[in-house]
Ligand binder design. Structure first.
Ligand code: ADP
Ligand code: ASP
Ligand code: MG
Length: 814
């Protein structure tokens, strides 16, 4: 004999019911079959809703009732029941009884647990009747038996306890004499010894099936549902979750107790001692292997078997100095909750005994508060303890695995993973058996927590990065294109799953937590919402995705002012914008500190030399204990372009104009020509070498003419270039006479920095610098005479974008 149970979705439509019948018919060819069914999907909730509405005197209860009716008759019609008349009559009678019950509830304004059980029992009674009749109608040897006649409980309504002695005897008796091949039983429903209708608790159809399987000592219990087994974590919240092929009874119990709804927790209990395996299967995908829950020792792939979560948790904290060392507080606390029939889901107590923390269902939080404050009234009045503290909107997440006890460092990994993602842990519990480590976190963090823990324990080879890019002008656009092009490579070779989850230009912004489709990001962005810097931050924060990185591809001070906010949310910052790094030292320092405190990287490689690995190299030198003696560098692509093209045959004005036209200078060329941009760069290098310095500390001997320095507008400035051509020519002539090249050089020496135009003699590494190339020479303790030199293109959209990309990948590899 076989026992199969089909859940709400499996019997939720005529199409699925036909699938169920096919499966049963097939099984019935070789064996007798007992089939336990849930109510049609969603009906139990709707029955409870209509009951609540009637109780609250809301006439809408009639609409809900009609909806329930329509759903059932819709299914009956679609199933084409031949001798429909009798069936319709039976179902009509059931609905008349249901309506009478609801009218009664409406009239007396009350819905007791006892009446509630009567009410919800209609769901399973109807579904089992419809399925059995359909089968009979198709000539299959099937009969329905009302479980209420055989499953006997106490009168603990809504979650009654089974009298196994009587129940087992009833089941065995019934099946001894049953002649049909297939028996359909309604799940969930039962009766008390006094004949009252009771139920086994929400999700209890699984339990009905387990009770029958154990009473009949069958070889296997099959739970057919809408997913292909028990997954590594809730597949509705974590896309990458996958079915566990084999799992122990204890692990399955822990996972289900901590929220894996696919199995009702008490289900394991009746079959466990008999060693009857439970096979979880998918009605919609019968060929999938599913999950076997059994005593079989299973080879462990990972010590963590699954991750689950329970929502709607309230945390109760009893604390006070009067508790320390005095026995009996916990006992009284637990007794109080037990008298109130409030189930405790999790307990933690600090070893100081100063406080006890309990996790309960938040629906019961208010009742718990009143009862506990009453029970400890005296102690509260004497200020020995505080009134109970109740926090809500929490959730428990739990790692489960029989084998976790044999592996060190799992809880460390769990908590550091959560910490890195800025998920605050309110309470922790780990049983001595170490089959379960649980933590209480904010409900709003659950999805992120499950995804990041799943990635850590089950997909350790891939890491998902979620980037939010502001500024998709020239460089930003290249960056998006590079990401699009490299996505596949990164996944396959570096195991990094890089997704652009947010994009913004100055006008519009878009977000997509699944990752923006980069094939047509421009069109999507055009139809996005109106952009704002604060709005971009809020959206990024609220999406609350793991490994989030904000990428600043602007030159905007207001954007730079938001870095601290991002870092405080543990969102990494990657910037080519130099404003923050070259701002006041206090601010630079603060950002560095926030980055450490919140475990959020702050990277700005492209602040100096575009894509050249200058800052990263300097960081590595410093990290390995080297010390910088001096730095000499040519760091301005724009100034290089200007002085490489300026000769006695060209005009300074023309060359500067050309540099502007070719995109080598800022719209206001003075930012480059005045040396401010270079000063910012050497300032950043000095700071990264460990020196406290500000922009004002940098000596800047300008080569511009007096008039050029004093000019008002950009146009005025260009005028001075024409007028002062002789001044610029004299700079060139002097260099030529000395057989030198003009280069704009930045230096850092003995804790001091300067920038200025210099005549570079032949043979010097700067002499032959071409185009917009940059060069940096680091003289350090380890490189005292022969400097470490980094040289190459130091400007341009593509290399800058690739520098940003490299920073993003650096975060991914960490
Ligand atoms: P049924 O009506 O068939 O009893 P349930 O809705 O009670 O189905 O249980 C199946 C659902 O359990 C799945 O659709 C899924 O959303 C949820 N679920 C939560 N955690 C897990 C998990 N670890 N593995 C599989 N399903 C899970
Ligand atoms: N129909 C009941 C519920 O929704 C029992 C079950 O489906 O297992 O809780
Ligand atoms: Mg269920």
């Amino acid at each position: 004999m076989k026992v199969l149970k089909f859940g709400g979705t499996s019997v939720g439509s005529s199409e699925n019911i036909n699938k169920v019948i096919d499966i049963l018919e097939n099984y019935g060819k070789t064996d007798a079959v007992v089939c336990v069914v849930s109510a049609v999907g969603g009906i139990t909730d709707k029955l409870l809703l209509t009951g609540k509405q009637a109780q609250n005197k809301e006439l809408a209860y009639k609409d809900t009732l009609n909806l329930i009716k329509d759903i059932h008759f819709g299914i009956i019609n679609e199933l084409n029941l031949g001798n429909g008349e009798n069936i319709t009559k039976h179902v009509d009678n059931e609905f008349t009884a249901l309506e009478d019950l609801l009218n009664g509830i409406y009239l007396i304004n009350e819905l007791s647990p006892k009446t509630s059980d009567k009410l919800v029992s209609f769901g399973e009674k109807l579904s089992s009747y419809i399925i059995a009749e359909t089968m009979k109608n198709r000539g299959i040897s099937a009969e329905r038996k009302n479980s209420q006649d055989i499953i006997i409980t106490n009168s603990n309504f809504t979650r009654a306890e089974v009298d196994f002695k009587v129940t087992n005897a009833n089941i065995q008796d019934y099946f001894k004499s049953a002649s049909q091949n297939i028996t359909i039983l309604p799940g969930f429903v039962s009766k008390s010894k006094l004949g009252e209708q009771t139920t086994l608790g929400r999700g209890g159809s699984d339990f009905t099936a387990a009770i029958v399987a154990a009473a009949l000592k069958v070889d296997q219990l099959e739970i057919w549902t809408d997913v292909s087994g028990m997954f590594t974590t809730n597949p509705k919240l974590v896309k990458q979750a996958y079915p566990i092929s084999k799992i122990s009874y204890q692990e399955a119990m822990e996972l289900s107790h901590f929220g894996a709804k696919v199995l009702y927790p008490p289900t394991v209990q009746p079959v466990l001692s008999l060693g009857i395996p439970i096979h979880i299967k998918n009605t919609m995908e019968p060929e999938a292997v599913g999950t076997i829950i059994s005593n079989d020792v299973v080879e462990e792939v990972t010590p963590v078997k699954g991750i689950s979560n329970i929502s709607n948790i309230a945390l109760l904290t009893l604390q006070g100095s009067g508790m320390v060392g005095i026995p009996g507080f916990s006992k009284r606390l637990f007794e109080t909750l037990s008298q109130e029939k409030i189930n405790i889901i999790m307990i933690t107590q600090a070893s100081s005994e100063h406080s006890i923390c309990l996790g309960i269902d938040d629906k019961e939080a208010e009742r718990a508060r009143v009862a506990i404050d009453f029970a400890f009234e005296n102690e509260i009045a004497l200020q020995k303890i505080d009134p109970i503290i109740v926090e809500t909107n929490l959730s428990i997440i739990a790692l489960v695995g029989d084998n976790m006890k044999n592996h060190q460092g799992i809880s460390g990994k769990m908590f550091s993973t959560l910490g890195k993602n800025n998920i605050n842990i309110r309470a922790i519990a780990q049983g001595a058996s170490e089959k379960n480590i649980s933590a209480v976190i904010a409900e709003s963090d659950v999805k992120k927590a499950l995804n990041t823990l799943h990635e850590q324990f089950f997909e350790s080879k891939t890491k998902q990065l979620n980037v939010f890019i502001t500024g998709v002008g020239n460089v930003g656009e290249r960056l998006v294109e590079q990401i699009k092009q490299q996505k596949k490579y990164l996944k396959e070779n570096l195991k990094i799953n890089l997704r652009v989850a947010g994009l913004s230009n100055s006008r519009k912004m878009i977000f997509n937590e699944e990752g923006i489709d980069l094939k047509n990001w421009k069109t999507l962005l055009d139809s996005g919402e109106t952009a704002s810097l604060k709005g971009f931050f809020e959206n990024t924060k609220n999406l609350n995705l793991r490994n989030s990185i904000f990428v600043d591809v602007t030159a905007n001070a207001d954007v730079a002012n938001l870095y601290a906010d991002y870092l405080r949310q543990s969102i990494g910052v990657v910037a080519c914008n130099k404003i923050a790094c070259s701002s006041d030292f206090k601010n630079y320092k603060l950002l560095k500190e926030l980055s450490l405190k919140y475990n959020a990287p702050y990277l700005f490689e492209t602040n100096v030399g575009a894509g050249l690995p200058i800052i990263d190299t300097l960081g590595n030198l410093m990290a390995s204990g080297d010390k910088v003696n001096s730095i000499q560098a040519v760091l301005s692509g724009s100034l290089n372009f200007v002085f490489n093209n300026f000769t006695d045959e060209t005009k300074f004005y023309d060359v500067v104009k050309q540099a502007g036209a070719e995109g080598y200078t800022e719209p206001d060329p003075r930012i480059d020509l005045s040396g401010v941009d270079v000063a910012r760069k050497i300032l950043i290098l000095a700071r990264e070498s460990g020196v406290e310095m500000n922009l004002e500390d940098i000596e800047n001997a300008s080569f511009l003419s007096e008039a050029g320095l004093k000019s008002g507008s950009v146009n005025d400035f260009y005028e001075t270039l024409i007028k002062d051509e002789a001044h610029y020519q004299s700079l060139y002539a002097s260099a030529k006479a000395n057989n030198c090249q003009l280069k704009y050089v930045a230096q850092f020496n003995d804790g001091k920095a300067s920038v200025g135009l210099e005549e570079i003699p032949e043979g010097h590494p700067f002499y032959n610098l071409e185009g917009s190339d940059n060069i940096v020479m680091f003289y350090t303790q380890r490189y005292p005479k022969q400097p470490m030199i980094i040289k190459g293109a130091g400007a341009g959209a593509d290399v800058t974008a690739s520098g940003l990309f490299a920073d993003i990948i650096r975060i991914g590899n960490n």
